[in-house]
Write a new protein. Structure first.
Length: 256
């Protein structure tokens, strides 16, 4: 089955037009329970899949997809499924450089369109953030840039985080840096209001679970960032208020 132009992508029991998705999963079994149907649906619609995985778990990943009823060998042979490893994508040269990874991601998505695919469904397993590699602390900058790149895209890029391995406080920031989140029904979401205020386009964070699509929060933004007057006063002693962070991010090579 081939998707009609402009058709939305099924995610959980909802649909999205494409974009940046955060998936929180609880161990490997939960990961495949949530995302194997998403992968299978893409193949049925004639779309392309690119998965970026831990190189030590590549064979297990393919075996899990096969166990879920996906014809991995056929999809690979016809070029519809590509499985890459962290060092080829996120940790090139043994370090994480957001601008390098963003360029690789753009090239990967462009290649799908050049080969005639309406959409590419990319899934990145994000445990590489826990590696002792230079630059991994720039993960929030990377996620923010990717979210902007995918604003009007037909492609879907899923960033999958294992809740067993990452700090709970990290997920508050991550959810705010993705246009969509796939959450299990019993997931609790904590939200906060960032100290950045500017008029402009409306950006919303949505959660999808079961048959529900819920808008969690919407903010207005443009590139004319302003510093909130309480940024410095409300910053705990000894911590950097990062008042120049937005302008530094937008003026970086990846932001340009």
């Amino acid at each position: 089955m081939t998707a009609e132009p402009g058709a939305h992508l099924r995610l959980g029991d909802g649909e999205i037009p494409g974009g940046h998705v955060c998936v929180l999963f609880d161990g490997a079994d939960d990961f495949y329970e949530q995302l194997a149907p998403f992968v299978a649906d893409g193949f049925e619609r004639g779309e392309r899949a690119v998965h970026i995985v831990d190189p030590s778990k590549r064979d297990d990943h393919l075996a899990r997809l096969a166990a879920a009823g996906i014809d991995v060998d056929s999809a690979t042979d016809r070029g519809q499924l590509e499985v890459e490893s962290w060092p080829e994508f996120y940790l090139v040269g043994g370090r994480f450089q957001p601008e390098v990874t963003v360029k690789l991601l753009k090239a990967t998505l462009d290649a799908g369109r050049e080969r005639g695919y309406r959409a590419t469904r990319a899934i990145g397993m994000m445990d590489w953030v826990l590696e002792r590699a230079l630059g991994v602390d720039a993960i929030a900058s990377y996620e923010a840039i990717v979210d902007g790149v995918l604003r009007s895209s037909n492609d879907a890029v899923v960033c999958a985080y294992d809740v067993r391995r990452h700090r709970p406080s990290m997920f508050v920031d991550l959810l705010a840096l993705h246009a969509y989140a796939l959450l299990k029904e019993n997931t609790k979401i904590l939200s906060f209001e960032p100290h950045l205020h500017a008029p402009g386009a409306r950006m919303c964070l949505e959660a999808i679970w079961g048959y529900n699509i819920q808008t969690i929060n919407c903010v207005g933004y443009d590139h004319n960032w302003e510093t909130h007057p309480d940024d410095i006063a409300s910053t705990p002693p000894g911590e950097d208020p990062e008042t120049e962070y937005p302008s530094k991010l937008l003026s970086s090579p990846a932001g340009r």
